[in-house]
Design a protein around this ligand. Structure first.
Ligand code: FES
Length: 134
């Protein structure tokens, strides 16, 4: 692993709306922010395990449907409502995120994500790697 894999077509990811997909045995939440950038994070909230795919997009972040934590495109918790808006949040409080790139060629357009080696052990690769090696 540690290569880029095709995961979705571009039109499947809409601005300010969550798209859920299971890839490589991982439930992943995708969304397109107000600057048209696509983000991908693990769908399991690290707080109490709620499905972030059932949340919504607030201020370009994913809001957990259970206690309302907000996670940005890097998976970092930027708001914990019970602590208040001005609370300083431990930067280690985060959900796993994935690098995303969109591509376009003469056949199609879509997006790829990079699955880091450290989380890929034991995962069954369901799709063929494509030729992005960064
Ligand atoms: S389970 Fe997600 S914020 Fe509590």
């Amino acid at each position: 692993m540690n290569k880029w894999y095709i995961v979705l077509s571009s039109e499947e990811v809409k601005r300010n709306r969550i798209t859920r997909a299971r890839r490589f045995g991982i439930d992943i939440v995708f969304w397109r922010d107000s600057k048209n950038e696509v983000h991908a994070i693990d769908a399991k909230c690290p707080h109490r395990g709620a499905n972030l795919g059932l949340g919504e997009i607030v201020n370009d972040c994913v809001q957990c449907p259970y206690h309302g934590f907000l996670y940005d495109g890097n998976g970092i918790a930027v708001l914990i409502p019970s602590l208040g808006k001005s609370a300083k949040i431990n930067p280690n409080y985060m959900v796993r995120s994935f690098k995303v790139k969109e591509f376009m060629n003469s056949y199609s357009c879509g997006m790829v994500i990079k699955i880091p080696k450290k989380i890929s052990g034991g995962l069954k690769v369901l799709m063929n790697p494509i030729l992005f090696n960064h």
